[in-house]
Ligand binder design. Structure first.
Ligand code: FCB
Length: 439
C-alpha cells in the first residue's frame, strides 16, 4: 500500500467493520426471528434464498476473528448488536444475547481494540415488524427501550456508539424499492419510515445522554448523484436523488428540515405534525459517520414521482456493479462539513469493495481492493488537507459475509471465508493493510 499510518494526523483511527446478522449465525444463542429471516424465506428476494442462520459462525469464532482485527493493527472494530438477539420478541430480554455482547466487548478490550458499536444494523424482530415495524411511530419507543437494555449492559465499555446504520437503506431501499426487508414498494410506508427512522435515532440518542454515555454518532450512507447529461431536467433529477438519498437525513439531524424537492413527493404521506419531532431528531451527536461506496448517474423519466432512474456509467465497476468513484468521498466529506456539521468530527464508517476472490494455493490476491482503498484514502487526505475534521476510516469488511439480498456471493472481506468449512484466510489486502498500519 502506498499509504502509511504516519501519513495521517496523530490519533487518526483505522478500523474495520462488520454487522451482527451478516456474520454471527443468527440461529444460535436464542436470537429471535427477524424481518430478514422472513424476507429471505420469500422466494425471489435473496440469491438462493440464503439467510444469516449460520453466516460466518462468528458467535462461536469471535475470538479468532478479533485476533485477526488485532493482528492487522486496527485501532477500532465497528460491530453491531442485534435487536432480535437481545430482545427476541422485541420486548423481553434474552440473557444469552446480553452475555454474548458482554463477552465480545471484553474480548476486544483484552486485545487493545476500541469497541465501536452500532445499535441497529437491520435485525428488526419479526414481532415488531408484525406491528408495522418502521411504519409505526411507536418504533421510536421500542428502539429507545432496546437501547437502554443493551447499553445498560455494555455501554460502560464502548469507545463510541452509533444508533442506526444507514437510515436510507432502512427506509427507502426497504420500503420504496423493496430490495431489502421488509421488501415493500409503497410510498406512504416509505415516507413514514423516512421520518420514524430519524425519530428513533433521536430518542435513542436522548436515552444514551440520560445514561451519561458519550461519543455518540449517526451513520449515513451516501451516494453521489451525477446528472446523465447537461440538461436542466437531468440536473433536477440528480438533485432529487441527492435529496432523498443524502440530504434528507443530514437535513433532519443537523438542520431540523427536510429538502423541499423531496417533500413534494413524500410530504402528503408523512405522519401528522411531523415538524414537531425535529427537536428530538436534532438531539446533538458527537460525530457523523459516512458510509461511502459509489455514485449513480441519474436520468429523468416520465414515470411517477420521483421520475428518475440510474443509467450505466462509464467508470470501472466492482463485483457489485458499482462504479468506482473516489472523488465522491472527497465531495461528501467537504460538503458535509461545509453545509451541515462544521467542526463536528467526521468518520468514514464504511468503505470497501466486493470482488470475485478465489484461493490459489492458499493465497488470495486482491490487488483491486488495495487500489480501491488507496484511492479512497487519497480522497480522505485531500479533505484533511482542506481542514475537514476527518477522524477515522473503517474498511467494510473484516471478512466475507452475508451480503443481504445478494447472499454469500459478494465478497467484501479483507479475510476470505470458506462458507463450507468456515476457514478464514487473510487476503493480500489484509496483509498490505497490516503492513501500512504498523509502518
Ligand atoms: C452497506 C451495509 C453493509 C454492507 C455494505 C456492502 O450498505 O451497511 O451491511 O452490506 O453496504
Amino acid at each position: 500500500m502506498k499509504h502509511r499510518r504516519s501519513d495521517f494526523p496523530e490519533g487518526f483511527l483505522f478500523g474495520t467493520a462488520t454487522s451482527s446478522y451478516q456474520i454471527e449465525g443468527h440461529a444460535q444463542g436464542g436470537a429471535g426471528r427477524t424481518h430478514w429471516d422472513d424476507f429471505a424465506a420469500t422466494p425471489g428476494n435473496v440469491v438462493r434464498a440464503e439467510n444469516g442462520a449460520r453466516a460466518c459462525d462468528h458467535y462461536n469464532r469471535y475470538a479468532e476473528d478479533l485476533d485477526l482485527v488485532a493482528a492487522a493493527g486496527f485501532d477500532c472494530y465497528r460491530f453491531s448488536t442485534s435487536w432480535a438477539r437481545v430482545m427476541p420478541d422485541g420486548r423481553s430480554v434474552n440473557p444469552e444475547g446480553l452475555d454474548f455482547y458482554d463477552r465480545l466487548t471484553d474480548a476486544m478490550l483484552e486485545r487493545g481494540i476500541k469497541p465501536c458499536v452500532t445499535l441497529y444494523h437491520w435485525e428488526l424482530p419479526s414481532a415488531l415488524a408484525d406491528q408495522g415495524g418502521w411504519r409505526n411511530r411507536d418504533i421510536a419507543d421500542w428502539f429507545a427501550e432496546y437501547t437502554s437494555v443493551i447499553m445498560g449492559r455494555i455501554g460502560d465499555r464502548m469507545y463510541s456508539v452509533a444508533t442506526i446504520n444507514e437510515p436510507w437503506c432502512v427506509a427507502w431501499l426497504s420500503h420504496f424499492e423493496g430490495h431489502h426487508a421488509p421488501g415493500l414498494r409503497d410510498i406512504r410506508a416509505t415516507a413514514r419510515a423516512m421520518h420514524h427512522v430519524l425519530l428513533a435515532h433521536g430518542r435513542a440518542t436522548q436515552v444514551m445522554r440520560d445514561m451519561g454515555l458519550s461519543n455518540l454518532g449517526a451513520v449515513f450512507n451516501f451516494e453521489w448523484a451525477t446528472p446523465a447529461d447537461d440538461s436542466a431536467a437531468a440536473a433536477e433529477a440528480a438533485a432529487l436523488h441527492d435529496g432523498y438519498y443524502n440530504r434528507w437525513f443530514l437535513g433532519g439531524v443537523f438542520k431540523g428540515a427536510y429538502p423541499e424537492n423531496v417533500l413534494e413527493g413524500l410530504g402528503p404521506h408523512l405522519p401528522a405534525n411531523w415538524q414537531d419531532d425535529f427537536p428530538v431528531i436534532q438531539t446533538p451527536v458527537d460525530w457523523c459517520g459516512l458510509n461511502y461506496y459509489t455514485r449513480k448517474v441519474i436520468a429523468p423519466n416520465d414515470g411517477a414521482w420521483p421520475g428518475l432512474h440510474g443509467v450505466e456509467g462509464p467508470l470501472p465497476k466492482t463485483f457489485m456493479d458499482w462504479e468506482i468513484y473516489p472523488d465522491g468521498l472527497y465531495q461528501f466529506l467537504t460538503r458535509t462539513a461545509r453545509d451541515y456539521t462544521a467542526d463536528l468530527p467526521l468518520i468514514v464508517t464504511e468503505n470497501g469493495m466486493a470482488s470475485a476472490d478465489v484461493i490459489h494455493a492458499g493465497r488470495i490476491d486482491d490487488p483491486q481492493r488495495i487500489t480501491y482503498v488507496e484511492a479512497h484514502l487519497d480522497a480522505v487526505q485531500r479533505a484533511l488537507a482542506e481542514g475537514v475534521p476527518v477522524q477515522g476510516y473503517f474498511i467494510w469488511s473484516l471478512m466475507d459475509n452475508y451480503e443481504w439480498a445478494l447472499g454469500y456471493e459478494k465478497r467484501f472481506g479483507l479475510v476470505h471465508v470458506d462458507f463450507d468449512t468456515l476457514v478464514r484466510t487473510p487476503k493480500a489486502s489484509y496483509h498490505a493493510l497490516a503492513a501500512a498500519l504498523k509502518a
